[in-house]
Ligand binder design. Structure first.
Ligand code: PEP
Ligand code: CO
Length: 443
């Protein structure tokens, strides 16, 4: 692999902001290039090893977090709530489905968004679309919506703060298995999913007490491996954080452990695919319903020419009504080719609709239906349903409808806080984890 990290620059790069001041951009990018890495190349390799196990059918990916993180959301409470919810979901899967879970946050870097339209019109006023806190502000004013390169630097620092909290929480005792009840404390009485979780936590407690009595208290019970990921959309930023690893001599995007290419930027001759072909991280590509098997195979060829397991994850996002029709051909042809990929289901992005109130929302039933379709397709083909990729938050927001603690369309305005797509709340996330565990077990 050559280290020419500029090779994407001559190619069409979709979804890049129109920075008003290139000199300012260059200054910021140079500054970021001199800052310390956010993650280490060795950690990226560890994740690749775990994803190789997923590719072999021996582990399951749980990847999730906000659609768009915000700078304001980098608080201890917000980060802890997301982490807590993800840990609870992972416990449900590990215990109920008896499968090792690879935990990856859409966190500490998920600050840039692709948009279907470049501008937004409100009451006859047209302004640039919000492209994530890394690019411009959410407020609908000309000043806020103007792309500001200084935001790239803030994204770096916000990611650093978030990662620091995550490392402290996951290594400093908070993720210890003896905390399984504590994660649920503020939740149990309010929701059916919380109660169901509490029963499971009691069983885990019993098992732990039994193991301790036998003299077993393995290291793995006291901390967890948790990885960061984001859509690497703004290539200037991700390139500035790409460094050649002294151990291997290969470049890694050290802004996150894993990065992915979105549905809108996966053009084979485009800048994103080219840039990703030069970095050594584990990488993902979102595949929507228009993806052909030929395109998927060409992506394999370009992004994983050595066919290294763990390097490439395909994250399919077809929609509940399409997955059973569109996924089989992709999986079949990629598998027949001998390509080593992990298959992960994003049941969110193909299931968005607008409620009568104007809120963008998703039905939990559609989300669960897409996951069920994903399992059906893989079971029928004898391939491994390797994981789920979701948008959720640890707070009790009302952005998606349905769930055991049911949210109806009239509730959406109560607590609709997302900066982009609607997220599952904590209770809906646990509902999903229990359902996925059932699907996994009933193989
Ligand atoms: C996303 O993950 O928030 C996203 C924009 O997804 P996709 O690229 O699949 O549309
Ligand atoms: Co989204």
């Amino acid at each position: 692999m050559s280290n020419n990290l500029d090779s994407w620059r001559g190619l069409p790069a979709a979804q890049q902001p129109e920075w008003p001041d290139r000199d300012e951009l260059d200054k910021v990018v140079t500054e970021i290039a001199g800052l310390p890495p956010l993650v280490f190349a060795g950690e990226c390799d560890n994740l690749k090893t775990e994803l190789a196990a997923v590719t072999r059918g021996e582990a399951f990916v749980l990847q999730g977090g906000d659609c768009a993180e915000t700078f304001a959301g980098a608080t201890a409470d917000c980060v802890r709530n997301k982490l807590k919810t993800l840990l609870q979901m992972a416990i449900v899967l590990t215990y109920a489905a008896k499968v090792p879970v690879v935990k990856i946050g859409r966190i500490a870097g998920q600050f840039a968004k692709p948009r279907s339209k470049g501008t937004e019109v409100r009451d006859g006023v047209e302004l640039p679309a919000y492209r994530g806190d890394m690019v411009n502000g959410f407020d609908f004013t000309p000043a806020s919506r103007a792309p500001d390169p200084g935001r790239l630097l803030r994204a770096y620092h916000s990611s650093a703060v978030t990662l620091n909290l995550i490392r402290a929480f996951t290594k400093g005792g908070y993720a210890d298995l003896r905390q399984v009840h504590a994660w649920n404390q503020d939740f149990v009485s309010e929701s059916p999913a919380g109660k169901r979780y509490e029963r499971l936590a009691r069983e885990i407690d019993q098992a732990l007490a039994f193991m301790r009595a036998c003299g077993a208290d393995p290291e793995e019970f006291h901390s967890v491996e948790f990885y960061s990921s984001h859509e690497a959309l703004i290539l200037d930023y991700d390139q500035a954080l790409t460094r050649v690893d002294s151990r291997t001599g290969r470049p890694y995007d050290v802004s996150a452990h894993m990065v992915w290419i979105g549905e809108r930027t996966r053009q084979l001759d485009g800048a994103h695919v080219e840039f990703f072909s030069r970095i050594s991280n584990p990488v993902g590509v979102k595949l929507g319903p228009t993806t052909t098997a030929e395109e998927a195979l060409a992506l394999v060829e370009k992004l994983n020419p050595g066919n290294e397991p763990g390097r490439l994850t395909f994250v399919t996002r077809m929609g509940a009504s399409k997955i059973r029709d569109y996924l089989p051909a992709l999986v079949e042809k990629v598998t027949a080719d001998g390509a080593q990929v992990a298959w992960v289901c994003d049941p969110m992005h193909g299931n968005t609709f607008e409620a009568p109130s104007g809120h963008k929302t998703r039905r939990l039933d559609d989300v669960l239906n897409e996951v069920a379709g994903f399992f059906e397709v893989h079971r029928a083909l004898g391939t491994h349903p390797g994981g789920v990729h979701i948008e959720f938050t640890g707070d009790d927001v009302t952005e998606c409808v349905g769930g055991g603690n049911e949210i109806v369309e009239d509730d959406l305005a109560l607590r609709y806080e997302t900066a982009c797509d609607p997220r599952l709340n904590r209770s809906q996330s646990l509902d999903l984890a229990f359902r996925v565990a059932e699907l996994y077990r009933s193989a």
